[in-house]
Design a protein around this ligand. Structure first.
Ligand SMILES: Cc1cc2nc3c(=O)[nH]c(=O)nc-3n(C[C@H](O)[C@H](O)[C@H](O)COP(=O)(O)OP(=O)(O)OC[C@H]3O[C@@H](n4cnc5c(N)ncnc54)[C@H](O)[C@@H]3O)c2cc1C
Length: 534
C-alpha cells in the first residue's frame, strides 16, 4: 500500500503549524492530525480564567515571517489566552494551514512498517494514514492529569480541569469554589476567580515561589519600537540561556555586597516578566548559598504582602529554594489571601481524604462546594508520548524504551524509531525555553534534514546507539549542576498523581539553548554525525 503522505504531523499547536508550513515549502504532501477542533494547542485548550503568557508577547510570536510580524499587534506585554488563540488563528489564515489539518482526530497508535519504510497512524475513531516521516508536535504540557483522590467522579457540582476548560463562559459569582493546586496555572486562575467568587477555598499541597508579572498594555509608541526592533529582539533571545529576553547578570550573588544584592533583587522584583528568574545573578540557580539569598528575599516579600502571618507561613515554600521549580508569575496572587472570602487549606497538615458528592473532605473537615477547579497540571514532556502507542522497527514500544527515563539524540530522534522526529520532545532545549524560539529552530533543523535526505535519495534516518548514549550523558552532565535537579517537580518527571512518576528523572535539557544549537549545528557540519541513513 502506497503512503498517503510524505509526512504526518501530530498536533496543530505552535510546533505543528510551523512544521506544516515549512514542509509544504519543500513541496511535500503533509497531513496534520489534531485532537482539538482548532489550531493553537496550549492556547486552544487552556481557556481557564487568568490564562496568559509569562513570556513577553513580542518575544513569543513566530519570527520567521516579516509579514506576520508587521501585521500582528500584541495589545499587552503579556497577552491573555484569547489573544494568543486569535494570533494562532491569524497565522493559520495567513498561511492557509487548515486545508491540511484534520481536526477532532486524536491519534492512539503509530506503528512503523519496516518493510515499507513507513509509519502508519490510527486515530481513536479508526481513521488510518501512512507516511514516510512521522513528526510529533504533541506538546510539552498537553496531557492533563487529574488528582488520584478517591471519589473524583462523585461530586455533584460543577467540576473543571484548567487544561480542558469549557468554551462557554463559567461564572463564579456567589459560588463556593474550591481550587486544588497552586502551580503556575492555579496561581493565575485563583487570582482571577477571587475577583468575583462568593467563597474561595484553595487546597494547597506545595506552595511555590511566585513573582510579580507586572503586565501592562502596549502603547502606540512602544508598539512602533517593538516592530522596528524585532531583529534585535530575536537576536538577543537567541543568545540567552532560555531564549527569553532576560539574560543572567554576569555577577555572582556571593561576590557583591549585601546592599548590591538587595538592589538587584528589588529592581528585578519591580520589573516585568521572568527577569527575577532568568536575569538574576548567574549563580543563584546553581549554588545553594547564592540561592539562599534570593530565597530569603522572596520570603520577606510574601510576609510583607500577606497580612495574616499564619497564612503567610503556609504560603512560604519550605522544601525548595527560589527558582528550582517553575516560577509562577502573578498579578496580585498573595493579596487574594487578604480577602475575607478566601481561605487556604494546607494539605500537608490536613490531607484530602476524598471528594464527596457535596465537596472535599480533608482529614479534619468537609468543605461544601458548588464548584471544584482541578489545577492539577500535566503529565509533563513525556505524557503526550505515553498516551500514544508508538512502535518502532522491531515492534518495540517507545513507552517501554523510556520506562526508566527518555533516551534520545538531540531530543529530536530515537534509536529504533526511524523517521520519527520529536519536536519539543524530552531532552530537547525547547523543554527549558521561551518555547517558540526553540520550536522554530527545531522545525528548521528537521526541515533541513528531510531536504538533505531527499537530495541524496535517502529514505530512512535513525540515530546510532552511541550518539544516543553520548547525548544522555551530556543531558545529565549539564543538568546535574542545576539546583532544580535536586528538587521534586514536573521538570524532574515527578507527578504524584500518576503511578510510576515518583522518581526524579531528567526529562528536560538544561544545557541552555545556545549550547543546544551548537550541538545541532555540529551534527550537521559533521555530515549529520550520529545519524545513519539508508
Ligand atoms: C497555561 C500555559 C501557559 C504557558 N505559557 C507559556 C509561556 O508564557 N511561554 C512559553 O514559552 N511557553 C508557555 N507554555 C508552554 C506552551 O505549551 C508552549 O509555549 C507552546 O504552546 C507549545 O506548543 P506545541 O505546539 O509544541 O504544543 P501544544 O501547544 O501543546 O500543542 C500540541 C497539540 O497536539 C495535540 N495532540 C497531543 N496529542 C495528540 C494526539 N495523540 N492526537 C492528536 N493530537 C494530539 C494537542 O491537542 C495540542 O493541540 C505554557 C503552557 C501552558 C499550559
Amino acid at each position: 500500500m502506497a503512503a498517503d503522505y510524505d509526512a504526518i504531523i501530530i498536533g496543530a499547536g505552535i510546533s505543528g503549524m510551523y512544521q506544516l508550513h515549512r514542509l509544504r515549502g519543500l513541496g511535500l504532501a503533509v497531513r496534520v492530525f489534531e485532537a482539538g477542533n482548532g489550531v493553537g494547542g496550549t492556547w486552544y485548550w487552556n481557556r481557564y480564567p487568568g490564562a496568559r503568557f509569562d513570556s513577553e508577547s513580542w518575544t513569543y510570536g513566530y519570527s520567521f515571517s516579516d509579514e506576520i510580524l508587521r501585521e500582528w499587534e500584541w495589545s499587552e506585554h503579556f497577552a491573555a489566552q484569547p489573544e494568543t488563540l486569535r494570533y494562532c488563528n491569524f497565522v493559520a489564515d495567513k498561511l492557509d494551514l487548515r486545508r491540511d489539518i484534520e481536526f477532532n482526530c486524536r491519534i492512539r497508535a503509530a506503528i512503523y512498517d519496516d518493510a515499507a519504510g513507513e509509519w502508519e497512524i490510527e486515530s481513536e475513531d479508526g481513521r488510518r494514514a501512512r507516511a514516510r516521516f512521522l513528526i510529533t508536535a504533541i506538546g510539552p504540557l498537553s496531557a492533563p492529569t487529574m488528582p488520584s483522590i478517591p471519589g473524583v467522579g462523585t461530586f455533584r457540582g460543577e467540576a473543571y480541569h484548567t487544561g480542558l476548560w469549557p468554551h462557554e463562559p463559567v461564572s463564579f459569582e456567589g459560588k463556593r469554589v474550591g481550587v486544588i493546586g497552586t502551580g503556575a496555572t492555579a496561581v493565575q486562575a485563583i487570582t482571577e476567580i477571587a475577583k468575583t467568587v462568593g467563597q474561595l477555598t484553595v487546597f494547597q499541597r506545595t506552595p511555590n515561589w511566585c513573582a510579580p508579572l507586572h503586565n501592562s498594555p502596549i502603547d502606540a509608541a512602544t508598539q512602533a519600537r517593538i516592530k522596528a526592533t524585532y531583529a534585535e529582539i530575536f537576536t538577543r533571545c537567541r543568545g540567552t540561556f532560555g531564549c527569553f529576553i532576560h539574560d543572567a547578570d554576569p555577577r555572582k550573588a556571593l561576590e557583591v555586597s549585601p546592599e548590591e544584592r538587595e538592589a538587584l533583587f528589588e529592581k528585578l522584583y519591580r520589573e516585568p516578566g521572568f527577569g527575577i528568574w532568568m536575569g538574576n545573578f548567574r549563580d543563584v540557580l546553581v549554588n545553594e548559598e547564592a540561592n539562599a539569598t534570593i530565597t530569603e528575599f522572596m520570603r520577606r516579600k510574601i510576609r510583607e504582602r500577606v497580612k495574616d502571618p499564619a497564612v503567610a507561613a503556609k504560603l512560604i515554600p519550605t522544601n525548595h529554594g527560589f527558582g528550582t521549580r517553575r516560577v509562577p508569575l502573578e498579578s496580585g496572587y498573595y493579596e487574594v489571601y487578604n480577602q475575607p472570602n478566601v481561605r487556604l487549606v494546607d494539605l500537608r497538615d490536613t490531607p484530602i481524604e476524598r471528594i464527596t458528592p457535596a465537596g472535599i473532605k480533608t482529614s479534619d473537615a468537609e468543605y461544601e462546594l458548588d464548584m471544584i477547579v482541578y489545577a492539577t497540571g500535566f503529565d509533563a514532556i513525556t505524557g503526550a508520548f505515553d498516551r500514544i502507542d508508538i512502535r518502532g522497527w522491531d515492534g518495540r514500544r517507545l513507552r517501554d524504551k523510556w520506562a526508566h527515563g527518555p533516551r534520545t539524540f538531540l531530543g529530536l530522534q530515537v534509536e529504533g524509531f526511524p523517521n520519527l522526529l520529536t519536536l519539543v520532545g524530552p531532552h530537547n532545549a525547547a523543554t527549558f525555553c521561551n518555547i517558540p524560539r526553540c520550536i522554530e529552530q527545531n522545525v528548521d533543523w528537521v526541515t533541513a534534514l528531510i531536504a538533505y535526505m531527499r537530495e541524496r535519495g535517502f529514505s530512512r534516518v535513525e540515530p546510532t546507539p552511541e550518539a544516543e548514549r553520548e547525548w544522555l550523558e551530556h543531558v545529565y552532565d549539564t543538568g546535574r549542576r542545576m539546583l532544580f535537579t535536586q528538587v521534586d517537580s514536573w521538570m524532574m518527571g515527578i507527578n504524584s498523581n500518576l503511578p510510576g512518576k515518583n522518581k526524579r528523572t531528567f526529562i528536560v535539557y538544561a544545557g541552555g539553548a545556545p549550547r543546544y544549537r551548537e550541538k545541532c549545528e555540529e551534527a550537521v557540519a559533521g555530515g549529520y554525525a550520529g545519524f545513519t541513513f539508508r
